[in-house]
Design a protein around this ligand. Structure first.
Ligand SMILES: Nc1ncnc2c1ncn2[C@@H]1O[C@H](COP(=O)(O)OP(=O)(O)O)[C@@H](O)[C@H]1O
Ligand SMILES: [Mg+2]
Length: 419
């Protein structure tokens, strides 16, 4: 089949790499892609959020399947436009993408369907918010209702911090919710209407600094699977969280199609939903793709064409994968652009390693940094410790003077293994 992939980050490089290896993939086009993706796909300079452009590109290239990487085209309704044009698309409608686009929407859906999540109120306006705050203990969590690129959440450890967050929000719609204690894990499920099957689990590191300190980022590293999400807890999360969500959306006439990424808190009372995303995580995707067995393109086409229930269950290799992000100095506040990157071939000589491109560009024939997160160095091995060792051996080969990375990706897992 001919496949069109939308996006230009490390997640999309990993998707392109995995799609390219699928026996059913004949031609792979990426819009707009990046220099890493160009290794596996023909890159076309097109705006992935421009519905009419994407529909036209899909038509003129006889595309059988469009795979949407990031959330922005989904929220913008690109998948609706493609479906209306009769083109199969892996990615939910704008209506179903509200699961990510509005935290209030998801919280209400949970409340209506008995899905375990933190107790909450939706609020608009400063005075109402202050009053609502009285109904919660400290710590308390305050969230922007809409998409905020990972910058819309305050976990307030004091009443003062909580009030400052409310002041900063002004009259924007908010969710105030109870603080949940536990360890976080991500569950990626394929969903097609009422059918929902687990694909993979992962854990990531959001803070920029070692020891999980400093400002939040898009993610500085990830590993898959997440052993803390045991088979039993995963099945519980599927039955208590993901499947009721799929049924509720189907019943509302806005069925979900694509990958549903459940951010879970593993509490003493079992898994509770922190939030949904309606696409693969980045960098979790980079750690998951190398573990997926079988014809991945066929699997995504099955989801896109309403056949998930008839497909064999997705299978993961019995291995561990780790991704270490190499970011541009100054990230996340003010990343330095244009730094020269060399020796990626040497990094990929390390067994089990692939270097995905997250934010790179070609400048006069040289590879340079373009963006905050630049490379997603991914290693697979038979144990978690070996995957980690390989990933760092590869990172150490790379010559990128303007870059930095965390040395402690996977510390929780390593601590568990050595106990
Ligand atoms: N109810 C909660 N209790 C404890 N921590 C939370 C809660 N909600 C969110 N967090 C923390 O804040 C982070 C960001 O919140 P999340 O809802 O995932 O928003 P986003 O990813 O859009 O920034 C989570 O990964 C988690 O660490
Ligand atoms: Mg999140």
């Amino acid at each position: 089949m001919n496949i069109l992939l939308l996006g230009s980050g490390g997640r999309e490089d990993a998707l392109a790499w995995r799609l390219r290896q699928s026996p059913s993939c004949e031609r792979l086009i990426a819009a707009p892609g990046n220099p890493g993706i160009a290794r596996w796909a023909e890159c076309v300079a097109a705006d992935p959020c421009a519905s009419a452009t994407i529909v036209e590109l899909a038509r003129s290239s006889a595309i059988d399947l469009v795979v949407v990487g990031p959330e922005a085209p989904l929220v913008a309704g690109v998948s609706d436009a493609l479906r209306a044009a009769g083109i199969a698309v892996f990615g939910p409608s704008a209506a179903a993408a509200q699961l990510e686009g509005s935290k209030g929407f998801t919280k209400d859906l949970c409340a209506e369907n008995g899905i375990p999540t933190a107790r909450y109120v939706r609020i608009e306006g400063k005075d109402a918010a202050r009053q609502a705050l009285d109904g919660f203990e400290i710590p308390v969590v305050i969230k922007d209702d809409g998409l905020a690129a990972g910058k819309g959440v305050t976990v307030a450890m004091t009443r003062e911090e909580a009030e400052a967050a409310l002041d900063a929000a002004g009259d924007a719609p908010l969710v105030i919710e109870e603080f949940l204690a536990g360890e976080e894990a991500s569950l990626f499920a394929l969903v097609d209407g009422e059918a929902a099957v687990p694909l993979a689990s992962a854990q990531d590191h959001k803070r920029v600094g070692e020891g999980d300190t400093g400002p939040n980022t898009g993610g500085m590293g990830a590993y898959a699977p997440a052993p803390v999400l045991t088979d039993e807890l995963q099945e519980r999360a599927m039955d208590e969280i993901v499947r009721p969500t799929a049924r509720a959306l189907a019943a509302a006439g806005t069925p979900f199609s694509g990958v549903l990424y459940a951010g879970l808190m593993l509490t003493a009372d079992g898994p509770k939903l922190i939030e949904y995303n309606v696409r693969f995580g980045d960098p979790e995707c980079e750690a998951i793709m190398p573990l997926i067995e079988g014809d991945f393109a066929e699997l995504l086409l099955g989801v896109a064409t309403g056949k998930l229930a008839e497909m064999p269950l997705p299978k993961l290799a019995d291995k561990n994968a780790m991704t270490v992000i190499v970011a541009a100095r100054g990230y996340p506040a003010a990343p330095t652009s244009g730094g020269l990157i060399r020796e990626l071939e040497a990094a990929e000589q390390v067994p089990g390693v692939t270097v995905f491109h997250a934010g790179t560009a070609l400048s006069n024939g040289s590879l340079v940094a373009k963006g905050g997160r630049v490379l997603a160095v991914t290693a697979v091995a038979d144990t978690f410790a070996n995957a980690r060792a390989r990933a760092y051996r590869a990172v150490d080969q790379i010559d990128f003077a303007d870059g930095f990375h965390r040395r402690d990706i996977g510390w929780r897992e390593l601590a568990r293994e050595t106990v």
